[in-house]
Write a protein that binds this ligand. Structure first.
Ligand SMILES: C[C@@H](O)[C@H](NC(=O)OP(=O)(O)OC[C@H]1O[C@@H](n2cnc3c(N)ncnc32)[C@H](O)[C@@H]1O)C(=O)O
Ligand SMILES: Nc1ncnc2c1ncn2[C@@H]1O[C@H](COP(=O)(O)OP(=O)(O)OP(=O)(O)O)[C@@H](O)[C@H]1O
Ligand SMILES: [Fe+2]
Length: 525
């Protein structure tokens, strides 16, 4: 089987042919390079119009044999560019007289890694220009386990380089300048498996304006941003119990990001795979490869239904080409637990939590995070108890070794004992701590302990918590819990409703309204 792929969501006019029998991918691309500033949608569309016919022709000239289907990027991306891709693909399918396959560009970024690695059900980190998210397959969909709360990771970096006056794209320039840089402290924002770049981008621009050497800013940007992405990836591995990670997206070409992910996986005994650069940056090869899987599953489009969608989210795609039994693994654990942050050991009635150094992080950043989170965790665990939320008693704390000793609570993680009554309780607990002026920061189904007998639910792991009176922060706390239900429960909808019920019974209705807002936000900016 041979599938022709067409890509052109933003900057890369590309065509490819995937020969499934030979597992060979032929790619021809032509990049749009803005003369100044970032990507202008109209100029980018003009580039697609001019360049797509030529790359298609170059591919077809090298193909020896019939084409069985034409696959194209349906979204997400820039509307004017996508429409040209759509028109090109429809015309090709018509002239070749073959079916049309509409591919989600973000799912293609992840599937190419799965395809090339041979991993069965990995967690995927997509680190591209306009996006940044963690995906895991569950129950017929790619679930968004975590994502950026503002801009995509590449766009964030590109905004800094525009500020400095460097041409687009900025990522490779930041990587080159970082080589001679030294560490300066910058904002580091992770909320469960979500993360945000707006604070660090303003800080980077300000540091540059105030005379910090640009090499130091570039170095520190990479150290912070990529450590954030690595931490959330590790949290996703820990939460799902998966031991496979694949990387996708243009920022994945960065050697420092790959090095960090590789080191993290090695430290926890997981397998890591990053496809070669031609499959990381935007390319039609990944569109053709996923197109072939979809075509084999009869997942084709009638021309009348083949409109493009600039906001096409990866979790909207019915995954027709994978089996029902391929869900991302959820392994039962025994013995010491290796969370995203700490190693937790159990001894009779107490639990020792050690934040061991993470070799992937810069030593200074590592020391700060381990110390601050240890102090904060001990404080907030006790504050929550005083507010009336069941949490373990803090028996001892040693800030130097970032170690806390807790009372052992519960008999299982909520993940392994989900019920509507229990998640309703969690909703109430979150409302109670928000009322007391702080957030948990990482409320997942593994950071709640449950007990069989009295059905109490305890909150643990307050290390990412902080004091705040912003409705947005409270809503994000709920959103993190909501996403963890989606990621770990078989039938999450009833549970999600129960959390809201619990929250409503105790907390502020404005937070639930804001939660709807948070969920409705398209983050492709
Ligand atoms: C929707 C689609 O149009 C979009 N595509 C996209 O963002 O192009 P992609 O090729 O995946 O990524 C481009 C980004 O990747 C960054 N980049 C390229 N090389 C880099 C490097 N060595 N280090 C860091 N960033 C790099 C660029 O600065 C740019 O922001 C997407 O996938 O989000
Ligand atoms: N006090 C406690 N009593 C019983 N079990 C606990 C207690 N504290 C932690 N655990 C168990 O250990 C696991 C890991 O602990 P914790 O979440 O604090 O570590 P972590 O490294 O911060 O995890 P992550 O950052 O991945 O959420 C929890 O999911 C829970 O199963
Ligand atoms: Fe992309």
């Amino acid at each position: 089987m041979r599938v022709l792929g067409v890509e052109g969501t933003a900057w890369c006019a590309s065509a490819a042919c995937y020969d499934a029998e030979a597992d060979a991918v032929l790619i021809e691309s032509d990049a749009y390079e803005p003369e100044s500033g970032g990507i202008h949608p109209r100029e980018a569309a003009e580039h697609m119009q001019a360049a797509l016919p030529a790359v298609v022709e170059r591919v077809l000239a090298q193909v020896d044999g019939p084409i069985d289907a034409v696959a194209f990027s349906r979204g997400p991306g820039l509307g004017p560019c996508l429409r040209i891709v759509g028109t090109t693909a429809r015309a090709l399918a018509g002239s070749l007289d073959v079916p049309l396959v509409g591919v989600n560009h973000m799912v293609a970024h992840l599937e190419i890694g799965r395809h090339r690695s041979g991993f069965s059900s990995p967690v995927c980190l997509n680190a591209s220009g306009a996006n940044a998210h963690l995906l895991g397959y569950r129950d017929g969909r790619y679930r968004v386990l975590g994502e950026t709360m503002d801009t995509g990771v590449g766009n964030a970096i590109d905004k800094f380089t525009r500020h400095v006056g460097w041409s687009h794209p900025g990522g490779p320039k930041v990587e080159a300048h970082a080589e001679d840089g030294e560490f300066v402290d910058m904002p580091y924002v992770v909320k469960g498996m979500d993360f945000s770049f707006s604070g660090i981008m303003s800080a980077a621009k300000q540091a540059y304006d105030e005379g910090t050497p640009v090499e130091d800013v570039c170095f520190s940007l990479q150290e912070h941003i990529f450590a954030m992405l690595t931490e959330v990836s590790e949290r996703a591995l820990s939460l799902t119990g998966s031991d496979e990670l694949v990387l996708g997206g243009g920022v994945g070409q960065n050697a420092r990001l790959r090095e960090m992910l590789e080191a993290m996986c090695e430290q926890r005994g997981a397998d890591f795979f990053a496809p070669e650069p031609r499959f990381l940056r935007d390319n039609a090869g990944m569109i053709a490869v996923l197109g072939a899987k979809m075509y084999a599953a009869d997942d084709t489009l009638a021309v009348s239904d083949s409109g493009v969608d600039p906001n096409f989210r990866p979790d909207e795609v019915p995954v027709t080409w994978r089996g029902d039994d391929e869900d991302v693994a959820i392994a039962p654990e025994s013995g010491p637990v290796r969370g995203a942050e700490a190693v937790v050991e159990f001894d009779d009635d107490h639990v020792t939590k050690r934040r061991l150094p993470k070799t992937y992080r810069h030593p200074e950043l590592d020391a700060t995070l381990r110390r601050d989170r240890t102090v904060q965790e001990a404080r907030l665990t006790s504050l929550a108890r005083r507010a009336g939320v069941p949490t373990p008693v803090v028996r001892d704390i040693d800030v130097r070794s970032a170690t806390i000793e807790f009372e052992h609570v519960g008999t299982a993680d909520l993940r392994d004992g989900l019920s509507t009554a229990r998640v309703r309780d969690v909703g109430r607990h979150l409302a109670t701590i928000h009322d007391a002026g702080f957030v948990h920061g990482d409320p997942t189904t593994r950071n709640v302990r449950v007990a069989g007998d009295d059905d109490r639910t305890y909150l643990v792991d307050f290390g990412l918590g902080y004091h705040t009176d912003h409705v947005e922060d409270y809503a994000m706390d709920l959103h993190v819990f909501d996403q963890s239900l989606v990621g770990t429960a078989d039938a999450p909808d009833e549970l999600r409703a129960a959390v809201r019920d619990g929250y409503r019974a105790v907390g502020d209705g404005a937070v639930l309204t804001r939660l709807q807002d948070v969920e409705g936000r398209g983050r492709y900016r």
